[in-house]
Every structure is written in C-alpha cells, then in structure tokens.
Write a protein that binds this ligand. Structure first.
Ligand code: LHQ
Length: 257
C-alpha cells in the first residue's frame, strides 16, 4: 500500500496520507512521495489540492519509531529533505491547497496542515503541537505560521505546553477556517475544494502570493504589490470571462487561464 494515495477528480488533486495503522505518521518514503505528488499538482489539470488522511488520523507527524531505528534518517536530513521541501512546496504552489483535517493532527502533521491555504477540520479532529512533549521545537513552518494565525501568546502557549485542542477551539481562535460536523465532513470539505477548482485559478494564485508577501512587507510595499498583481489578474482570460458574465447576468465559466 503506497503511503500516499493520489487521485485527480473534478480538477482537484486529492492527496491522501495513507499509513492509517501508524496514524499517517511520516517516514522517509512517505515524505519523499508527498513531495513527488505535490510536484505533480503543478500540472494545469490540477486547479486545487486537497490533503487529507486515511483512517482516524490526519497525521501524527514524524514516525518516532523511524528516528530511533539504527540506520534511519538522522536529524541532519529530516527537516532539510523531508518536511521543509513539503511545506515550501505547499506555500509556493500556484493554486489553493485545502487541508481537510479528518482526525488528530500532531507535530509536523499539524504544521503541514497549518501551511495550507484553507484548513477545515471535522468536529472530532484535534491539533497538538506535540514537539515540546518530546523535547523538540515546533518545525515544518509552525513557528512561522502559528503566531501569525492566532497571535503570539496563544501560539507560545500551545507550542510550549503541547496541549491538544479540539477543532471547535481551533476554529474559535482562528487557527482554522472552519469546523464541519463529522457526518458532513467528507462531502462539505470536498465541496470547498471543488468550488475553488472552478474559480479563477490564476487570480487565486496571485492572492496566495500576495498573502505570502504580506508576511514580511510594509503597508506601502504591500499596496504596491497589489497594484502589480491586479494588473496581472486583469490580463487573464478568467478576468475577461468574470466581468463579461457579470454584465451578461450569467454564471462565469472559468478555465483557469
Ligand atoms: C505513533 C506516533 C508517531 C510512531 C502515534 N510515531 N507511532 C522533526 C525532526 C526530527 C525528528 C522528529 O520529528 C520531527 C517532526 C515531528 O513531527 S516531531 C512530533 C512527532 N509526533 C508526536 O510526538 C506525536 C506522538 N503521538 C501522540 O502524541 C498521540 O499518539 C496522538 C496525539 C497523535 C494520538 O493519540 P491517541 O489518539 O490517544 O492515539 P495513541 O497515542 O494511542 O496512538 C495510537 C498508536 O499509534 C500507538 O501505537 P500502539 O502500538 O500502542 O497502538 C502509538 O504509539 C502510535 N503512534 N503517533 N508519531
């Protein structure tokens, strides 16, 4: 059974973390395959990426039995070759990435979700910055994303205390976009991805790039970037279609161009 399952459906690239008996914890093979699949998602046929987990977990982060195995990947490669290339690909991918957190998300598993563009979680899901419990620091972009999502104080508390929080709490503090009741989760989370896949893909990619840039720019720099990207958006076929459809009082048919 491949540790990552990939499927393209209705222009959504569905990446399923697939080691359910290990709570979808990452080993080297899985981390490298995830990078491969994210690269496949650069293809124009994919207009939204949807990441979820098989079984009861989203992901328990690093497979801790692998790091203690003699001959297993060492700390000198785990971030540089496994997690950093994954989260960097997610942030750079020029299309929306939805993390559909179906169950517990711990350690690097939680932070891969937090690096996605839109994070939704099923009502029974939970998040835990498990690192401090084993003497490690939060990685996979966690120290960058978490304080920006929920503020310094909440981030420091969650990262230092390593407390598990529910999807409901995660929604309340702004860590995720929304919580969806378990019974509706597969359908409604996928419906968000399908909606995004039918939208103006390049415009969404520009929005994503602007959000990335906003992390480190001044107000004046940011409004300059908005000017640059708005002019690019205005050159797209989808903008022409969007404005024509509005004027003709019909629904737009975006093609991602
Ligand atoms: C696991 C794991 C797991 C192996 C559950 N590995 N077996 C970067 C730099 C370098 C090295 C290290 O890693 C990193 C990045 C990281 O991600 S560090 C953080 C690694 N992750 C964790 O510390 C989380 C550890 N797991 C947990 O805290 C809990 O298992 C969670 C909260 C995920 C789920 O709790 P429960 O729902 O109560 O399940 P459980 O604890 O009973 O786990 C079920 C089984 O899965 C159990 O095995 P068993 O044989 O007893 O059924 C666990 O040992 C195994 N498992 N996580 N990461």
């Amino acid at each position: 059974m491949a540790p990552i399952h990939f499927e393209l459906k209705d222009s959504v690239g569905i990446i399923t973390l697939n080691r359910p008996d290990k709570l979808n914890s990452f080993n080297r093979q899985m981390a490298l395959l995830m990078q491969e699949k994210l690269d496949e998602c650069k293809n124009d046929k994919v207009r939204c990426v949807y990441i979820t987990g098989a079984g009861r977990a989203f992901s328990a982060g690093q497979d801790l039995s692998e790091v203690t195995e003699p001959g297993g990947p060492g700390f000198n490669v785990i971030l540089s070759e496994h997690y950093n290339p994954i989260v960097s690909r997610i942030r750079k991918l020029e299309k929306p990435v939805v993390a559909a957190v179906n169950g517990v998300a711990a350690g690097a598993g939680a932070n891969i979700a937090l690096c996605s563009d839109i994070i939704v979680a099923s009502s029974s899901a939970s998040f835990i910055q498990a690192f401090s419990r084993i003497g490690l620091i939060p990685d996979s972009g966690g120290t960058y994303m978490l304080p920006r999502l929920i503020g310094w104080q909440k981030a420091a508390g969650l990262m230092m205390l390593g407390e598990k929080i529910s999807a409901e709490e995660a929604e309340k503090i702004g860590m995720i976009y929304k919580m969806i009741p378990d019974e509706k989760f597969p359908r409604e989370s996928m419906s968000i991805a399908k909606t995004l896949a039918e939208m103006a893909t390049r415009g969404l990619a520009f929005t994503k790039q602007l959000l990335n840039i906003s992390m480190h720019s001044s107000f004046e720099e940011q409004i300059h970037e908005e000017d640059v990207f708005q002019q690019r958006a205005a050159q797209t076929e989808d903008y022409k279609e969007g404005v024509n459809a509005f004027l003709e009082k019909r629904s737009p048919k975006f093609r991602g161009q």
